[in-house]
Design a protein around this ligand. Structure first.
Ligand code: GDP
Ligand code: MG
Length: 323
């Protein structure tokens, strides 16, 4: 369903059990990931221990993309290693940031190079071009940013490594570079490696969407969440459920932001939305145009039910209340 994921680690705790479970699930679906080492503003938080636990519990090579400017928990700034930029936070809540390149005369140059060299060394195991450049004696600070970024993207797409960003969500620090990292390192929807699409050649521009979750809302009734893999899904259009061979009309098309919903006229390729008013669509069904090719995406794995039971109203007048 998703093309990439951001794993948030607590720098006080390292990798927690729930994170490990979700991580294994992402491995199964071949989803590239980046990670955020959070809570680095707290005394006792520790990058090294977090990295060690990522290595040990998730069995993946942790690549530090940025590092704090010192080893205190002040988090006054970050050094971005691929670009050799210094982000200096001017206030406690990370609202004002100064950015400057770290050249050889900069006070943070030695620290930046120490970590950049480590990153380049790790990446050399995954990317031949970078390895050639490094082994032929190019100084770590002279290796091109693009070459490093390319190697990062390649190593996380192959699931060998995870790119880690440092920061504190509470203090708004490191969040912006993390979001930039989503753009730089995770695949765009058109370059998705998701298993859902693996077996199909979807015709460009033809509607193909996957209903990945159906919930019953007290007020709105059945809400079908879907993701559009190709084409456009329009409000009030008729859609074919390729799994059931059944046509339904979209009564209301919504964009969902947490628990807010906003009516939209269309939802395009790569986006997630919700339909209100469809009665028959189930989780895992493929939605196409009424006249489209009947492709079925691989859907959603449902664990077998542990038991069955049905609840009925005693009297027909209670039926509505029960529903
Ligand atoms: N000091 C600090 N606290 C944080 C940060 N991010 C979240 N928290 C706090 O952590 C608590 C939530 O726990 P958290 O570990 O984020 O959620 P979990 O995913 O449910 O374990 C809340 O009290 C947050 O205010 C951070 O960057 N720094
Ligand atoms: Mg926690």
């Amino acid at each position: 369903m998703c093309d990439g994921a951001v794993a948030v680690f607590d720098a006080m705790q390292g990798v927690e059990t729930q994170s490990e479970t979700v991580w294994m699930q992402a491995n199964k679906f071949n989803i590239p990931r980046i990670g955020f080492i959070n809570k680095l503003d707290r005394t006792g938080s520790d990058i090294e221990t977090t990295i060690e636990s990522v290595k040990r519990r998730l069995k993946v090579e942790p690549l530090l993309i940025n590092v704090p400017c010192d080893d205190t928990n002040q988090l006054n700034g970050l050094i971005d290693l691929p670009s050799m930029m210094h982000f200096e936070y001017k206030d406690e809540m990370g609202q004002y940031v100064d950015m400057e390149p770290i050249d050889q005369s900069h006070k943070l140059f030695d620290r930046a190079i120490h970590f950049r060299e480590k990153l380049v060394e790790q990446l050399s195991n995954f990317d031949d071009e970078l390895a050639d450049s490094y082994l032929s004696g190019t100084e770590p600070f002279q290796i091109h940013e693009e070459l490093i970024n390319h190697a990062i993207k390649k190593s996380i797409t192959g699931q060998h490594a995870v790119a880690l960003f440092c920061g504190s969500a509470l203090k708004n620090k490191g969040v912006q570079p993390l979001l930039d990292g989503v753009i730089k390192y995770l695949p765009s929807p058109s370059a998705s490696t998701s298993k859902v699409l693996a077996d199909f050649k979807i015709k460009p521009k033809e509607l193909c969407a996957l209903a990945f979750k159906v919930v019953n809302d007290k007020e709105k009734g059945l809400i079908t969440f879907f993701r559009v893999y190709s084409g456009v899904l329009q409000n009030r259009q008729k859609i074919m459920n390729a799994n059931l061979g059944q046509v339904e009309r979209v009564l209301s098309l919504m964009r969902v932001r947490a628990n807010e919903m906003q009516v939209l006229e269309e939802i395009k390729e790569g986006d997630i939305g919700a339909i209100i008013g469809c009665k028959h669509i189930r989780s895992g069904d493929t939605l196409i145009n009424e006249t489209g090719d009947a492709i079925k995406l691989s859907g959603v794995d449902m664990p077998p039910p542990v038991f069955f039971c049905s609840i009925e109203a005693d009297m027909s007048r209670d039926k509505q209340e029960l529903e």
